[in-house]
Design a protein around this ligand. Structure first.
Ligand code: HDE
Length: 712
């Protein structure tokens, strides 16, 4: 492993953090006061077998610190993984934005990214069916910009006021604290079926987007419509996008369930290992621009965060790239303590009146106060901007700076008026001067009331196999609900999206799709509102399909970092092994040998080969593809372990690429592979190139229907 590769770019933020990193190498143990310690194993006692003395300051310091090691986990997005990197701009977009990161192509802006699941606790499984957070902190020369997004382009609700309800509905039910990290329960679907604005994000959560293969293989979205502001003060509406270089790929639900048992840190490990191995994850950055005068030209409201702008209507213009090239030094100090605030903005970018975004501008600062415990959370190393900061804020818990001088107010003359105000010409931030003439009113705009057109567009745009996965996901989720009223109400809602989908789900549940439901469809408006105005109108079709929404249209051109299991035992053919693994490695794949036992195995020509995993410690769901080289003795040994047969059948069922040579092919005869010899992703005695092509396809979904019958 080449650790130098992970040293990062010498970025301003990495340099800044270096000042805070402490090391234990070649040091002597001390107390927090610098006192040298000669025993950290025994407390001070009144005699060998006597009681411990209150005097023992060494014991008290150690135990007190330990007692207070935990801070509250995030109320949502508690489970996360972070990494450092940088952002580069391909071309200036000065006509839209004056932000330095959007105009200066020579910059390498440091970033810190945190990916997360939403519903689960800090220690929950990575493979929960859930939205993933995609939060990026840009340490820019004009101050820190946080783009706090998700891996789906829309959100569940339209107004911040409903966020506590949404989160209370999806979190474990409060009486029994069940289920952990899962939306498959009554309270969530009770809420969803009464607040129909949730249905768009909800169907995305039923799709494969909610169970990514890797954090490196998912898109990111700013979700809200923001504004870009140019140096003339002109505004354009914008949506932000992240597009992964490796394409958008997912696992199946059956794999997700099994991975949760086999390696619940699967995504965290995958991100860490890829960066350590120098396979730096990359995303291209894109923008969708809408002119001010076009604000009302769409059949949906740009301020409604439950709507996306189909890429076929407004293309995504790619303008830059983000690379993650360094793992954190310490999880708690960096990934846990990082504080993202949508309100961290820079000149050239501004907010819109999206009522969800507006509420977020309050919530994120507020939550840091209970989570990190002090208004000085911006002084924690990971949160410090790379620019010096000067103002008259003072004191508070854990003040880390030593602000010098007599004055802490403005205006002043005693400090020469400093810190003085910045002029606009010097780069000060000013809010976009939006003209407003309105009543103060607590209501929901009628332009937000179409709740079915876009979930329907999403479902229509999916390929057959993706639609099947959505159907199965609904059957699973609703099958976990105990309340038949809620199941039936949900079937009615799904029928408004797609009648055929609802019928299939109803069949799986053994229920009928009801013709109507009790009460108004959308009950998430105020008591005095005219509900009829907000009844979701009939669904509209303004676009037949949006291919950009389907994972079938993603990139299939690389096998970089794909994990390939190579099944071997004593006597495996070194010739086959070398030919295949060298070809795979050349393309950037990661080879993992799996054998009947750990340690090493001997090839047919007497060479020792290191074993990466003994079969008892691993599962096929942790790999993207598998290969069995020849070698009679090796294959005979593999045949003796029934788990190898299960391993192969399961990989086959999950539509993965499978290859074998010589006696390895005979071994596959003993599995269900014998029924799939014509399958394009089953490569028996073929050149490595065929196998490589099959792995790059991620899965052979054409196999899905027949493979479902494999009992694995
Ligand atoms: Fe968040 N959200 N959110 N959220 N959110 C938090 O802030 C909140 C929303 C998102 O890795 C919390 O620091 C409200 C949309 C991410 O640290 C909290 C509303 C989107 C992360 C909070 C929303 C997100 C959070 C919890 C509705 C996608 C993790 C801890 C008005 C655009 C960031 C924290 C990280 C975290 C509130 C809706 C994304 C409580 C009130 C929409 C990626 O402040």
């Amino acid at each position: 492993m080449d650790n130098k590769k992970t040293e990062n770019s010498g970025s301003k933020k990495t340099e800044d953090l270096k000042g805070f990193v402490t090391e234990t190498k070649d040091t002597t143990m001390t107390t927090n006061q610098g006192l040298k310690v000669n025993d950290t194993n025994n407390s001070l006692k009144s005699g060998e077998r006597g009681s411990t003395l209150l005097e023992d300051f060494l014991l008290r310091e150690k135990i007190t610190h330990f007692d207070h090691e935990r801070i509250p986990e995030r109320i949502v997005h508690a489970r996360g993984s972070g990494a450092h990197g940088y952002f580069e701009l391909y071309e200036s977009i000065a006509e839209f934005s004056k932000a330095g990161i959007f105009t200066d192509t020579s910059r390498k802006t440091p970033v810190f990214v945190r990916f997360s699941t939403v519903a689960g606790s800090k220690g929950s499984t990575d493979l929960a069916r859930d939205v993933r957070g995609f939060a990026v902190k840009f340490y820019t020369d004009e101050g820190t910009w946080d783009l706090v997004g998700n891996n789906m382009p829309i959100f569940f609700i339209q107004d911040a006021m409903k966020f506590p309800d949404l989160v209370h509905a999806v979190k474990p039910e409060p009486n029994k604290e069940i289920p952990q990290a899962a939306s498959a329960h009554d309270t969530f679907y009770d809420f969803v079926t009464h607040a129909t604005e949730t249905l768009h994000n909800q169907i995305w959560a039923m799709s494969d987007r909610a169970i990514p293969r890797s954090l490196r293989m998912m898109e990111g979205f700013g979700i809200h419509t923001y504004r870009l502001i140019n140096d003339k003060g002109e505004s354009h509406f914008v949506k932000f996008h992240w597009k992964p270089k490796l394409g958008v790929h997912s696992v199946t639900w059956d794999e997700a369930v099994k991975i949760s048992g086999a390696d619940s840190d699967f995504h965290r490990r995958d991100l860490w290992d890829a960066i350590e191995a120098g396979h730096f994850p990359e995303w291209e950055f894109g923008i969708q621009i809408v002119a001010e005068e076009d604000e009302h030209k769409f059949e949906f409201d740009l301020l409604d965060p439950t709507k996306l702008i189909p890429e076929e209507m407004v293309p995504v213009k790619i303008i830059g790239k983000m690379t993650l090239n360094k793992n954190p030094e310490n999880f708690f100090a960096e990934t846990e303590q990082v504080a993202f605030l949508p309100g961290h903005i820079i000149p050239g970018i501004d907010f819109t009146n999206d009522p969800l975004l507006q509420g977020r501008l309050f919530s994120y600062r507020d939550t840091q106060l209970s989570r990190l415990g002090s208004p000085n959370f911006h002084q924690i190393p990971i949160n410090r901007p790379i620019m010096p900061t000067h103002n008259n804020q003072r004191d508070g818990h854990m003040q880390m700076d030593i602000p010098k001088g007599q004055t802490a107010y403005f205006p002043n003359s005693l400090s020469g008026g400093c810190p003085h105000l910045s002029k606009m010409s010097e780069g000060a931030f000013t809010s976009y001067e939006e003209r407003i003439d309105a009543r103060k009113i607590r209501t929901r705009s009628e332009s937000f009331s179409d709740h079915f057109s876009q979930p329907a567009l999403f479902y229509r745009s999916l390929s057959d196999w993706e639609q099947k996965h959505v159907t199965d996901a609904y059957i699973f989720e609703l099958g976990k609900c105990l309340n038949q009223n809620i199941q039936e109400r949900m079937l009615y809602m799904i029928a408004q999206i797609d009648e055929d989908l609802s019928q299939k789900v109803a069949k799986g549940l053994g229920l009928k799709v009801p013709k109507s439901v009790d009460g108004p469809v959308n009950q998430a408006i105020g008591a005095d509102a005219d509900v009829s105005k907000h009844q979701p109108p009939k669904k509209k079709i303004y676009l037949d399909k949006s291919p950009a929404l389907s994972q079938a249209k993603t990139k299939f051109d690389s096998i970089e970092t794909r994990q390939i299991a190579v099944l071997i035992a004593d006597g495996f053919s070194m010739k086959d092994f070398k030919k295949m693994t060298e070809a795979l490695k050349k393309e950037g794949a990661m080879i993992k040998t799996v054998a009947p036992h750990g340690g090493t195995v001997k090839s047919d020509d007497g060479q020792e080969q290191k074993v990466d995993a003994a079969i008892i410690t691993t599962e096929s769901v942790l790999y993207d593809a598998l290969y069995v080289p020849g070698g009679k003795a090796s294959v005979n040994a593999l045949k003796k372990e029934s788990k190898f047969i299960k391993f192969i059948n399961e990989a086959l069922k999950h539509c993965k690429a499978i290859a074998a040579d010589h006696e390895g092919v005979d071994f596959l005869e003993a599995t269900y592979v014998s029924d799939f010899k014509d399958d394009v992703a089953v490569c028996l005695n073929t050149e490595p190139s065929k196998f490589i092509k099959a792995i790059a396809q991620h899965r052979n979904w054409d196999r899905m229907k027949k493979a479902e019958k494999i009992p694995a």
